[in-house]
Design a protein around this ligand. Structure first.
Ligand code: WQD
Length: 322
């Protein structure tokens, strides 16, 4: 099969492209380079520069490259930004997906893998693992656009026979190589790095949450494991036309903010205890995946642990901040 990877020049996209090509799939990257970086695209993989809002350009890419599968990663993903620019997020993440699906369902594409998010759950009522049946009550426009995206994908699948998989990413971290590391500083691990590099104490956004140590608990997944989950999803869809899957992609293990800060201090050779700051609005106390469906339906589970996420991300930061 030949796969169009939208957003394939991004942090997660670059890992997905490498995993798919490593599994013997032909890939083509489609990216508007608004945040993607061309030199993340491996030699030999064609890059089409464009937005998924440009239906004509998407249709030409699908036809010219004889695309039979699509992995859709291109999206805006800053939660705080989505609160101040909701219409921009709905246009990019929902209308962009609708235009893409219009082209996909008019072409010879048989499989569609969609990058969704644990953000669709909002503040899950359960203190235990979050299953795919947990009610989805997103707390941000970003999370809303991901849930609306799932509705579009599942509806298109049901109406046309397109095989679909919505993958709900939990908290992604780490890198396969330093040059492929996440260059953003909008998530916990890079934000800890930034504070330590500036000689400042890492910040804990609230230590009065209903969790064992009072700090928020999340399910961190290595980007290499996440990329392999896309290969597993591609294979699962190729073997079952008309299938519609919705799957959590997480390790099924919770790590608290305080535990993460302690581990980052240790692994990066620092010793800087955190400072407690007020809670961040909308932060759920505990969001940890049930990884059972991924194991059962995709025959996939994570292999890489927290230390590799931290050390590989740290190597990436040292490369861009020598
Ligand atoms: C993690 C925890 C913060 C920084 C993200 C994104 C989205 C989605 C799910 C894919 C929170 C706390 C953070 C700091 C802190 N994934 N924190 N001090 O909010 O769980 O959600 O993952 O789509 O990408 O929404 O991730 O890394 O922002 O925060 O205490 O300096 O760390 O309060 O509890 P989050 P995050």
């Amino acid at each position: 099969m030949t796969w169009l990877i939208t957003g394939g020049a991004g942090y997660i996209g670059a890992h997905v492209v490498r995993a798919m090509t490593g599994a013997g799939e032909r890939t083509v990257v489609y990216d508007d380079l608004s945040t993607g970086v061309p030199d993340r695209v491996p030699d030999g993989v064609p890059l089409v520069v464009g937005s998924t809002l440009d239906g004509g350009r998407v249709a030409r890419a699908l036809r010219d490259h004889e695309i039979t599968g699509v992995v859709h990663l291109a999206a805006k993903k800053q939660v705080a930004e989505s609160v101040s620019l909701p219409l921009h997020y709905y246009r990019e993440n929902v209308e962009g997906l609708r235009v893409l699906l219009d082209a996909v369902t008019s072409a010879d594409v048989r499989s569609f893998v969609f990058s969704s998010s644990a953000a669709v759950y909002g503040m899950p009522y359960t203190a235990g693992p979050v299953t795919e049946e947990t009610p989805c009550l997103p707390l941000s426009p970003y999370g809303e656009t991901k849930l609306a995206g799932e509705w579009l994908v599942r509806a298109a699948g049901a109406a046309t026979g397109l095989s679909t998989a919505c993958l709900r990413y939990f908290n992604v971290a780490g890198a396969a190589r330093p040059d492929l590391a996440d260059r953003g500083v909008s998530h916990l691990i890079p934000m800890i790095f930034e504070r330590l590099a500036d000689g400042l104490p890492p910040r804990v956004f609230g230590d009065d949450h209903p969790t064992p140590d009072g700090t928020c608990v999340r399910d961190y997944i290595h980007v290499v494991d996440l990329a392999e989950a896309h290969v597993a999803a591609a294979h699962a869809l190729a073997s079952a036309p008309g299938r519609n899957l919705t799957v959590n992609i997480g390790r099924g293990e919770g790590v608290s903010v305080r535990e993460m800060i302690d581990r980052v201090n240790t692994l990066t050779g620092h010793d800087r205890p955190p400072v407690i700051t007020p809670r961040r609005p909308g932060d759920p106390a505990h969001v940890v995946a049930s990884a059972e469906r991924a194991a059962a339906e995709l025959n996939w589970k994570a292999h890489l642990g927290l230390d590799d996420m931290i050390t590989s991300a740290w190597s990436g930061r040292q490369r861009t901040h020598p």
